[in-house]
Design a protein around this ligand. Structure first.
Ligand SMILES: [Zn+2]
Length: 664
């Protein structure tokens, strides 16, 4: 359309201007490097063939390139230039990368750390020990190991650092775990200065398990390359002194990385389609039965890709307030090709709402992968500008299709843009995303979650600021980080009202996009928006793992000369005070509603009435979403204690409701 074309032209002019400035003044090296990068000198790639017939001006297709955006949105600590070749016969990746890291601190840095995540799938790893080879309802296939081996590590001057590397296990001392590698640099990197390292690596893909691997000719490459750890500066996330944030890859843990630039060449068989973070900067080249794609992404903190010859490809452009213009690209398993409109509808609607509620989606693409049923473990996962939907298990799924997809799209905001430390404070991405997922499902599809039933499933409340692997079990992790985290935000919303809550979430997003906040930063936003102190609330529900238990403890009714004297004892165990209503029902049909501020742990209500009390209920409209013991909210009067009936909910129903869909 004419309007979009002129916008693109404007962007192109702006990009060209920045490029010229970059060359002249020497900043933003990536711009120059990216285009001048001599791929053939560093990488043994197939010789470039004649450009593909598909050009930028042709109809949208998977291989149509895009131009760069002009703005620099993040601090761009890291810059990766990667070249990777898929060895589809052996299920392996062969990679080379040049990584530049800028010291963001005020001290010189001598030691350097890389995450080698695929080693989680090697025997003896902490990940396998903790998970028992099972994750998210998926099981690791016997004998299907995965790994990454660093085969070369040098400085730009060619000095090898390989003899310096040592595997470190700061969390558990498990010497068989090789997911984090350390080495000393030849010279310290001064504050504000950069170091560039070159490395070669080989990845053995496991059969798809825990987000990555191969399934037939489907490949999901997530967390596949040696990735620099995060160096946190003083004051960041409450840190007193600057330093590396170092953790291994755990059973219950996702990831943490700095924002930067990725330029990634991916070489696959010619028949494959490739979905990846970012966008293509030029049409893929084809040579000797191989196809080479060059993807580029900036202001993102990870790069994932997926390839398969079987993907059905669908693309549409979309814009709405807060979404300046995005190409939504679907890579669908053939079983779901007729469901493309459902995926597209969910992706567009979710983006539109997120843009409207929180702020702009600053990227030009969003790619959605629908893995095959055999690649189930790759489903329901988020990466910057790329998400995986639930795998295609049957041809007519229920709302779990939409629920999983909107959850992952919501992660573009809570994870992709507001980039929490998922090792240490997983609820900041999963709890926030689950909360947003509920809002999206309600506002797009009118599908409401049954919160009282979900709350009843909170059997092991644990603090939300626990490191991911410190939870009692993977169920405890999911229960708290996803569900209780979501309920904490819902509880806040119930107390401050929808409008104020929207303002809190928007303010938090705007303030911390492209940053790594902690929950204290969120609390500060809550307090600045509401102009109230929320210490009690965050202490009870985040620092401590509490739930709220409001209950009717006892009812006593006594006949008097003029009628009846009723005494009702109500209690609050745990949680932070919040006002609740109390419903008193009398035998003659009269009823009375009272309010209690919940400030004390209990209150005795005494009242006289012409008719005796029949029952009392506290919080009958289930406003206290963190009350996980609803069965004691109701008590019938004048019945011997052992016969008192209480409302209970079916455990089976709760489990079904909670884990019906798998989305992380
Ligand atoms: Zn999630």
């Amino acid at each position: 359309m004419p309007k979009r074309r002129s916008l693109r032209m404007l962007l192109f002019v702006a990009a060209a201007a920045v490029l010229v400035m970059s060359v002249r003044f020497g900043f933003a090296d990536a711009w120059v490097d990216h285009y001048a990068f001599p791929a053939s000198s560093l990488y043994e790639l197939p010789a470039a063939a004649a450009p593909s017939a598909i050009e930028a001006k042709s109809e949208p297709g998977p291989d149509v390139p895009q131009t760069l955006q002009a703005a620099i949105l993040s601090n761009r600590i890291t810059e990766y230039h990667i070249s990777v070749v898929l060895d589809e016969r052996n299920g392996a990746l062969s990679g080379e990368q040049t990584v530049t890291w800028k010291n963001p601190g005020r001290k010189a840095v001598s030691d350097f750390y890389l995450h080698l995540y695929p080693n989680a799938f090697a025997p003896g790893s902490t990940f396998l020990k903790e998970s028992g080879g099972q994750l998210r309802g998926d099981k690791k296939k016997e004998g299907s190991d995965g790994s990454v081996e660093l085969t070369s590590l040098t400085t730009m001057q060619g000095e090898t650092l390989m003899p310096r590397i040592r595997y470190v296990q700061p969390d558990d001392g498990n010497k068989n775990d090789r997911t984090l590698v350390a080495f000393r640099l030849p010279e310290p990197i001064q504050p504000g200065k950069s170091v560039t390292l070159q490395m070669k690596f080989k990845v053995k893909l496991p059969d798809v398990f825990a987000r990555m691997g191969k399934a037939g000719d489907f490949v999901m490459a997530g967390q596949w390359f040696p990735k620099v750890a995060v160096y946190e500066t003083a004051g960041m996330r409450g840190r007193a002194a600057e330093g590396w944030n170092l953790h291994q890859y755990h059973g219950n843990s996702e990831f943490y990385a700095d924002f930067g630039i990725y330029s990634v060449r991916i070489d696959v068989p010619e028949s494959y389609k490739v979905a990846a973070t970012g966008f293509l900067t030029k049409s893929p080249s084809v040579s000797s039965g191989r196809k080479s794609f060059l993807f580029y992404a900036e202001d993102v903190h990870d790069f994932a890709w997926s390839a398969s010859p079987n993907f059905e490809y669908v693309e549409e452009s979309f814009s709405s307030p807060g979404i300046p213009g995005v190409r939504i690209k679907l890579y669908i398993d053939p079983l779901h090709k007729d469901l493309k409109d459902r995926y597209m509808h969910a992706a567009k609607s979710a983006l539109a709402k997120l843009g409207q509620w929180y702020g702009e989606y600053p990227y030009s693409t969003l790619s959605v992968i629908v893995p095959p049923a055999s690649g189930n473990g790759a489903g329901g996962m988020e990466y910057p500008t790329l998400v995986t939907a639930a795998s295609a298990q049957n041809d007519n799924p229920g709302y779990e299709l939409e629920r999983t997809l909107v959850h992952e799209v919501a992660h573009q905001y809570w994870y992709g843009l507001v980039a929490s430390n998922e090792f240490e404070e997983a609820w900041l991405d999963e709890g926030f995303t689950s909360y947003t997922e509920d809002k999206l499902m309600a506002s797009i599809y009118g599908v409401l979650s049954n919160l009282p039933v979900e709350a009843s499933y909170l059997t092991r409340p644990e603090p939300l600021n626990l490191y991911s692997w410190k939870y009692s079990s993977s169920e405890g992790y999911a229960e708290n980080v996803y569900l209780r985290g979501k309920l904490v935000l819902t509880s806040l919303e119930r107390q401050v009202g929808d409008k104020t809550m929207s303002k809190i979430m928007r303010t938090y997003f705007q303030k911390y996009k492209f940053k790594h906040p902690s929950f204290s930063d969120f609390q500060k936003v809550v307090e600045s928006v509401t102009k109230e102190n929320w210490d009690d609330f965050f202490l009870a529900y985040v620092r401590k793992g509490e739930a709220a238990d409001y209950s009717v403890q006892s009812i006593q009714t006594r006949k008097t000369d003029s009628g009846y004297e009723n005494s009702v004892l109500i209690r609050r165990d745990g949680g932070s005070p919040e006002p609740v209503s109390i419903w008193l029902q009398f035998q003659d049909g009269q009823s009375l509603r009272k309010k209690w501020d919940g400030a004390q742990s209990q209150m005795l209500i005494k009242l006289e009435s012409p008719s005796p009390l029949l029952y009392a209920a506290i919080d009958p409209s289930n406003n206290v979403v963190l009350d996980n013991r609803k069965y004691n909210n109701y008590l019938k009067a004048e019945v011997p204690a052992k016969q008192r009936t209480r409302f209970a909910t079916s455990i089976a129903q709760m489990i079904e409701g909670l884990f019906g869909s798998m989305a992380w």
